[in-house]
Structure formats: C-alpha cells, structure tokens
Design a protein around this ligand. Structure first.
Ligand SMILES: Cc1cc2nc3c(=O)[nH]c(=O)nc-3n(C[C@H](O)[C@H](O)[C@H](O)COP(=O)(O)O)c2cc1C
Ligand SMILES: Nc1ncnc2c1ncn2[C@@H]1O[C@H](COP(=O)(O)OP(=O)(O)O)[C@@H](O)[C@H]1O
Ligand SMILES: [Mg+2]
Length: 157
C-alpha cells in the first residue's frame, strides 16, 4: 500500500457555516472547516475528493469523504474543505471541533450539467470510501493517537 504524496494528512479545526447547500440542495451535509485550516493544507494536496476518518469533539471516529476546492458546479470564490461524515447525527454540530485524517484521493472536482449528476457522483464517492476504508492499511489509522482525547493535558502531564 503506497500513500499519495502528502498523505496521510491530519487536520483539525472548528466547524463553520457554509452556504447551506449541502443539506438543502444535495441532501448530503458537509461540515465546513474554518479558513485557516484550508490555508494550512500542503500545496501537494491538490483540489478534489478525498476519503479518510473524522471525529467530532473526541467522539467516535467515523468514515468520511471530503471535498477540497472551489466547487466548480457552484463557482465558489473561497476555497473550502468540506467533510461529509458517514454517520447519522441527531443534531447539527456547528462550532464543534472536527479532526480528520485524509488517507486517499478519489478524483478531481468537476462541473456538472445537473444537480442530479453531482449527487450521483457524491453517492459513488461515498460507496468507494466505504469500501476503501475497510482495507487494513487504512482501517488501522482509525485508532491513531491523533484521535485520542487530550485528557492528559487536563491531568497536567
Ligand atoms: C464527496 C463530495 C464530492 C464533491 N464533489 C464535487 C464536485 O465534483 N464538484 C462540485 O462542484 N462540488 C462538489 N462537492 C461539493 C458540493 O458542491 C458542496 O458540498 C455543496 O456545495 C455544499 O456546500 P456548503 O457546505 O457551502 O453548503 C462535493 C462534495 C462532497 C461531499
Ligand atoms: N453526517 C454529517 N456530516 C457532516 N455534517 C453534518 C452531518 N450531519 C449533520 N451535519 C451538520 O450539517 C452541517 C452542514 O450542512 P450544510 O448544508 O453543508 O451546511 P453549511 O453550508 O453551513 O456547511 C454541518 O456543519 C453539521 O453541523
Ligand atoms: Mg457544508
């Protein structure tokens, strides 16, 4: 198993508001990272769709797919990093701390002639991520120390 240059990449920050399209237009919510996390992304990590692991506020670690870039279908002006977590949450988690481990690259971002075509590709990304993350080399990163709680700091160690 060889990782793409720059991967695995670990990133963490606060979940902020986006344009509200993920849930409303696509039926696929994405937790958007605050701008400084996007700026800190290494240059070798090109725009496109990634898969990996994600965690909210030291909770359970879940599979994720992430879109990085300007969303050509919507022609965004600001680059974004948006994570769709493959888990059903009971409520929103704006303002919470999101940790991600990006492990693999699926495809570049594309423009589409219809919303349905964009949704179909995202569903395909989700199936691919589900499958890829079962591979031992990816699965093992789920228990990486990056995802352990910071409780040792509270203890003063
Ligand atoms: C796995 C995944 C793949 C995506 N691929 C594309 C893409 O190829 N082109 C595109 O324009 N947007 C893509 N998007 C981004 C959606 O357009 C974006 O999530 C949506 O606009 C929601 O934005 P918001 O968080 O500001 O509401 C993708 C999103 C996800 C989660
Ligand atoms: N499975 C999930 N993955 C990502 N975000 C989720 C999920 N379930 C609920 N959410 C919530 O939905 C929000 C994203 O919805 P979205 O429509 O993309 O709005 P925004 O444009 O503000 O990012 C996240 O910030 C989070 O609070
Ligand atoms: Mg979003």
């Amino acid at each position: 198993m060889t990782f793409k240059k720059g991967l695995p990449h670990f990133a963490a920050g606060t979940v902020v508001k986006g344009f509200g399209r993920g849930s409303k237009e696509l039926g696929i919510p994405t937790a958007n990272f605050e701008p400084h996390v996007v700026k800190e992304l290494p240059v070798e990590l090109e725009t496109g769709v990634y898969f990996g692991w994600a965690q909210i506020d030291n909770g359970e670690v879940h599979k994720m797919v992430m879109s990085v870039g300007w969303n050509p279908y919507y022609k965004n002006i600001e680059k974004s990093m948006e994570t769709h977590i493959l888990h059903k949450f009971s409520s929103d988690f704006y303002g919470c701390h999101l940790k991600v481990c990006m492990l693999g690259y699926l495809r570049p971002e594309k423009d589409y002639s219809s919303l349905d075509a964009l949704i179909a590709d995202i569903q395909n990304d989700i199936s691919e991520a589900e499958k890829q993350l079962e591979q031992p080399a990816y699965a093992t990163l789920k228990s990486h120390e990056f995802f352990r709680s910071d409780s040792k700091n509270i203890d003063g160690n």
